[in-house]
Design a binder for this molecule. Structure first.
Ligand code: GDD
Ligand code: MN
Length: 826
């Protein structure tokens, strides 16, 4: 045994075998032990096959008085994984089991630490499933749960022990309802955490419940759960005791006392200030109503509407001055607009109630005041959370999403409801799309975004993605949205994932079966909102379906001038669409895409002409005489709702525990997004394929142009593409995907390779403008001779798009025939 020198502590941590790796492992399996000589050999034998492919090390943290270290060393000699042991001699065993975990975590080499018991009560295959979830998902803590899905605590000996266990879990949830809302088993001894997200110095170990300590001290840590069945102890004796129970109660009380200070008190103070201002506002409102109604004889509802404007102005001024002086979010004008919008929205809801109360015989002023009081709490919550984003500074937990994530490796995958026999719904898939001969989709829901790719015939059995409508999820409502992954694949049933929101079957739910075809089932609400189905589900799947075939769905616009492809990339709402429209109008050229483009590693681009989303500032590039007056008016209104403001409002909503996708679906159902085919907005031709030579990353700011280094370009464009998928539930959906045998991590690696190849022969430049002037600069930057230079004459009849297959050979896909640009990869 040789000592591994660890500088910052004097405790000896020894290697038990020679299997040391040259690079740091990704995962440290941390096993606390106290007098476990019987089970340690069994554990080592069982862990080896499960973790062999996972790039892991094993670290024992031992508080034994028996010969556990020697037994471990003897068996470690034939273990293929690196094994180390940290022994804590008597007198240095602070914190018991929890202390052991923290002490061990300081020696861990992995980016993840997975904690498990030595006695095989945590089955090694469950630990491995947990490890895979940790390494693949975007979470900070992954909890093994006995209390969700197929998880169970079967191996807990005795009724008493089971009762104590579920009782203490309930108690913890009562103490920390917010933090533990997405955690079903905060008492679990099987869990993993990301070492760089957990601050060990914040932890104050006591007794057995280290996971609880970690969760409560890190309010913003994102949690996912993996269901498992607690097995009976393999050998030896449990160290849980009545004393541990009492320690637990002390632990809870202490955690509660030391929780993040200020949050509730702050909110209470604000509520009080709000209350006083609101009271004065009701006075102002009543006085104004008296003036309008009693003095100027306005009808009561009109009077109330006008009075609301007066009191809104009053309240806003006072709130700005008195309540939120320090914590300002956004600009004052922006807040003012939202504040007035909110009050007028609430006014719409208030007027019928007011009319009803007046109808009951109440005086106008009394009825008005009554409705105002009723609205008070609602208003406070709305403006506190959404306009002032209060509490952001003193509450750390807002970065966390309110969605439960559960991986259930043992659950049987049920049959999709649409495929169950005897169902009234048809199986027929009337809408078929063939995306440039690369991906085929057959769907019961019309997908307007893919209209360009509508195909006469796609064999339903041979398509890549099938979309059906069905009843998904539990019947009744439930308190949280959740994503469940069923990873067991058996007898032809592929693994499956299910997203369910709070509203039961009425809400926006869907499931995806990961076979061939990828089978998507959407709830009836979603089926009525095809934009949401496409944007939030289908496009996310498409992104990964094309990757194993050598293509990437890159977030960028693409135009073709005389056979040369030019791409534009930008952050959302910079002005990309407007620039595309202006280039087409003023310089001709062919349109390939505005939002997403299919690209390969050899520099080819394939068109992806979705209808364009017209946001408020893009309106400038649409010339009014291309649209009818009605269309124009509708467009201006729609573009406001679906602007960046609208979107960031929706994202703020997503942080609250709300059925965000259902709200999104309903909004889009009521006010469809302003989407127009490109040739409705500007006369143009659609190009199908091109070879890209230039890419411009357009930005707002002081005018300037500069070459972007290759590495930076890859990073930026990948980040930009990622940004386009920022909307939930993509974050939960993506890590669960496995396509053509590639899991999410490998899909991403492959996608990056495609992008790196694509960019290797392309000149990437940043182009900044402070007056939306990108379209004026680009032609000159390309060299005029490469642009048509002549706008399309009026009445010009564009030619038919035709597919250009010439490069579509497997050889071309592997890339490498291009001359890399300066600074490109070797
Ligand atoms: N280093 C160290 N020091 N290890 C300890 C100590 C200690 O003071 N006490 C217990 N352990 C080790 C044991 O050797 C074993 O590997 C693991 O911690 C769990 O101990 P058990 O004695 O088997 O506990 P249990 O089965 O009753 O409790 C388990 O289930 C609980 C939930 O019901 C543990 O996983 C708990 O963490 C969990 O809360
Ligand atoms: Mn045990």
């Amino acid at each position: 045994m040789d000592l591994v020198g660890i500088p910052h502590t004097s405790r000896p941590c020894v290697s038990l075998n020679e299997t040391a790796t040259s690079t740091a492992p990704r995962l440290t399996v941390l096993v606390p032990t106290r007098n476990e000589r019987e089970v340690v050999p069994l554990l080592l034998d069982a862990l080896s096959p499960e973790f062999a492919a996972l790039d892991a090390e094993i670290l024992f943290v031992d508080d034994s008085d028996d010969d556990t270290p020697a037994v471990a060393a003897a068996r470690a000699a034939r273990c293929p994984l690196p094994v180390r042991l940290l022994h804590r001699p008597p007198g240095q065993r602070a914190g018991g089991l929890s202390g052991a975990v923290i002490a061990g975590a300081r020696y861990a080499l992995g980016t993840w630490v997975l904690v498990m018991d030595a006695d095989l009560q945590h089955p090694p295959e469950a630990a491995a499933a947990l490890a895979r979830t940790a390494l693949g998902h975007d979470a900070d803590v992954v909890v093994g749960t006995r209390r969700a899905g197929t998880g169970s605590s079967g191996g807990l000996d005795g009724v008493t022990r089971s009762l104590v266990s579920s009782g203490s879990a309930l108690l913890a949830k009562a103490f920390f309802p917010r933090r533990l809302a997405t955690v079903t088993d905060p008492m679990s001894g099987l869990f993993a955490f990301r070492t760089d997200r957990i601050d060990l110095d914040r932890l104050n170990p006591l007794g057995f419940k280290i996971l609880l300590e970690i969760l409560v001290r890190h309010p913003s840590a994102r949690v996912a759960e993996v269901a498992y069945t607690f097995a009976p102890r393999a050998a030896g004796r449990s160290k849980a005791s009545l004393r541990e129970g009492i320690t637990y109660l002390r632990h809870l009380a202490r955690l509660r006392r030391n929780q993040q200070p200020g949050s509730r008190a702050g909110a209470l103070g604000r509520l009080l200030a709000f209350g006083l201002i609101g009271l004065s506002g009701i006075g102002v409102n009543t006085a104004a109503l008296w003036l309008f109604h009693d003095v100027l004889n306005a009808p009561p509802l009109w009077g109330a509407a006008l009075a609301t404007q007066v009191s809104t102005a009053w309240n806003f001024a006072l709130i700005e001055l008195l309540v939120y002086r320090a914590t300002t979010h956004g600009t004052r004008t922006g807040r003012g607009i939202r504040f007035f919008a909110m009050n007028n929205l609430l006014l719409l809801g208030r007027l019928p109630v007011l009319a009803w109360l007046i109808g009951l015989g109440l005086g106008v002023l009394t009825a008005n005041a009554l409705t105002l009081v009723l609205l008070f709490v609602l208003r406070f919550l709305f403006s506190d959370r959404l306009i002032y984003r209060a509490g952001r500074e003193d509450r750390e937990d807002t970065r966390r999403d309110p969605v439960r994530t559960l991986v259930d490796p043992a659950a049987p995958v049920g049959t999709p409801s649409a495929a169950r026999g005897g169902h009234k719904r048809s199986q027929y898939l009337p809408h078929r799309y063939d995306i440039a001969g690369r991906v085929t989709i057959a769907s019961q829901v019309r997908l307007p975004e893919l209209e360009f790719f509508r195909a006469q015939w796609v064999a339903p059995g041979e398509c890549d993605i099938a979309v059906r409508v069905g009843d998904i999820g539990r019947r009744g409502p439930h308190p949280r949205a959740g994503l469940t992954e069923l990873t067991r694949s058996e007898q032809g049933r592929p693994a499956s994932l299910r997203y369910e929101e709070q509203l039961g079957r009425l809400g926006a739910n869907f499931r995806v079966d990961l076979g061939h075809p990828l089978s998507v089932e959407v709830s009836p609400l979603l089926a009525r909102s095809p934009h949401v189905v496409y944007t939030n589900i289908i496009e996310a799947l498409l992104r990964f379906v094309v990757v194993p075939r050598g293509w990437m769905l890159l977030h960028s616009a693409c135009l073709d001038f005389d056979g040369t492809g030019v791409m534009l990339s930008a952050l959302t709402d910079t002005g990309k669409t407007a620039t595309v429209l202006r280039l087409l109008r003023e310089h001709g050229g062919r349109f390939l895409s505005d939002d997403m483009t299919l690209v390969d590693a050899a520099g080819h681009a394939v068109c992806f002409p979705k209808p364009l989303t017209i946001s408020a500032h893009t309106l400038r590039a649409v010339s009014a005489d291309d649209l009818t007056a009605k269309e124009w008016f509708k467009l201006s209104a729609q573009s406001r709702l679906h602007s960046r403001e609208g979107r960031s409002f929706a994202l703020a909503l997503a942080r609250l525990n709300l059925p965000i996708m259902s709200i999104n679906a309903l909004t889009q159902l009521l006010v469809p997004p302003p989407k127009y085919a490109v040739d409705r907005l500007v006369p143009c031709t659609i190009g199908t394929t091109t070879e890209v030579s230039d890419l411009f990353v357009i930005e707002r700011g002081a005018p300037g142009i500069g070459d972007m280094p290759y590495e930076e370009a890859v990073r930026r464009l990948l980040g930009n593409t990622e940004d386009a998928y920022g909307f939930p539930p993509f974050r939960y959906l993506a890590p669960a995907l496995t396509i053509d045998g590639l899991d999410h991590t490998r899909l991403r690696v492959r996608e990056r390779e495609i992008l790196a190849g694509f960019l290797s022969g392309i000149r990437v430049r940043t182009l900044a403008s402070d007056c939306f002037g990108w379209a004026d600069e680009i032609p000159a930057l390309l060299g005029r001779e490469r642009l048509d230079g002549i706008p399309l004459p009026d009445g010009h009849r564009p030619e038919q798009p035709h597919w250009d297959w010439q490069f579509d050979s497997p050889l071309a896909l592997s890339g490498g025939t291009r001359t890399p640009r300066a600074g490109g990869p070797p």
